[in-house]
Design a protein around this ligand. Structure first.
Ligand code: A2P
Length: 332
């Protein structure tokens, strides 16, 4: 029998955690034992894995005895505190938070792009920001062909990217408004139902948000392109699941749409959906729940030389989080 692993999920009850459970099962990851960890609020709950009820335990310093692979998705603070403890206990940590993404000794990996970087890990491997990962699934095949210089992008990000409570907030606001009641605003800074919010994450000194600067910072590391420049506006939209990004990218080499399309079609994990005459293009409703990202609206950018414009959609809980994390675990 092939080797089996003791796997832990930290944040198992969260929007990403439950997807991790599902992806491990779906991809038949060789799990000998599964340890599910969350806050004390969830202790005693059970979650289904391969038809069996697995109890959720409260995360603590002693949670990692015997754990070989620990998938973290409970926020940066929890990762900073507990990932080193998991490594000390002998586990390889795959961290979905932003806590370690810019650390030089922590590989930041999209397996289809820089899977080979995994081997440089010292116990922790970081999973990229969801919007960055989905954008790069469209951009990287084009970069390989035409060499990208800079990127202008706007994201349309689903509420589930902000966690299970954010998803619930949109549902509750829609119901309240339909019932003629005042919607309650808790997770987001403003009402998200029937609105769009041009802020994801906190603002930094240059006027962008942290989320917006991740595309440049993380994109440089993942694509091994230290000179990449990216100007991004991240927007939260009232979509339950799957992020969309409108991208204009400038390349060193002359571009053409036919070769761009071929490059994307030949790349694993991404599909071209691009028949404008039949109104076919990627949409969050269509990619939600799917592993592959989709690219469409591919065209020559009319405002720059050697520019391509495209639209990419991906399920941020899957390629942007749980799927990418499990793919990294498979490489490990
Ligand atoms: P819980 O469900 O018990 O609060 P989301 O991103 O969907 O908001 O999920 C966050 C995940 O992180 C949940 O599984 C949540 O558990 C977990 N979490 C939040 N705070 C803690 C904590 N202090 N210790 C362990 N897990 C936590």
């Amino acid at each position: 029998m092939s080797r089996q692993y003791h796997v832990a999920i930290v944040g198992a009850t969260g929007a990403v955690g439950v997807e991790m459970l599902d992806v491990l099962e779906r991809r038949k990851f060789p799990v000998s034992k599964l340890t599910l960890l969350a806050s004390p609020r969830s202790a005693g709950r059970t979650l289904k894995f391969r038809g069996e009820d697995v109890p959720v335990q409260a995360l603590g310093p002693d949670s990692f005895a015997g754990v070989e692979i620990a998938l973290f998705s409970a926020g940066g603070g929890i990762s900073k505190e507990y990932a080193p403890l998991a490594v000390k206990a002998g586990a390889v940590v795959i961290d979905n938070s932003s806590a370690f993404r810019m650390d030089d000794d922590v590989p930041l990996v999209v397996p289809e792009i820089n899977g080979a970087d995994v081997k440089n890990h010292g116990g922790i491997i970081a999973n990229p920001n969801c919007t960055t990962a989905i954008t790069l699934m469209g951009l990287y095949p084009l970069h390989k062909k035409f060499r990208v210089k800079r990127v202008f992008a706007t994201s349309y990000q689903a509420v589930s990217g902000a966690g299970a409570q954010a998803l619930e907030e949109l549902r509750a606001q829609v119901s309240a408004i339909e019932a003629g009641a005042k919607p309650e605003v808790k997770v987001f800074a403003h009402q998200i139902a029937f609105n769009v919010i041009p802020q994801v994450d906190v603002f930094v000194d240059n006027g962008y948000t942290k989320e917006e600067m991740k595309m440049q910072g993380e994109g440089r590391r993942i694509m091994h392109l230290p000179m990449l420049r990216a100007s991004v506006t991240c927007v939260r939209v009232p979509v339950y699941r799957a992020h969309s990004i409108a991208v204009s990218a400038e390349f060193e080499r002359p571009v053409n749409v036919a070769e761009a399309r071929q490059a994307i079609e030949a790349f694993p994990g991404v599909r071209v959906v691009d028949v404008p005459a039949e109104k076919k293009y990627p949409m969050p409703l269509h990619v939600a729940g799917k592993d592959d990202c989709e690219v469409g609206r591919l065209r020559l950018d009319c405002a720059m030389d050697n520019g391509l414009a495209f639209w990419v959609c991906g399920d941020q809980l899957l390629k942007g989080a749980a799927l990418n994390a499990v793919q990294i675990a498979e490489l490990v």
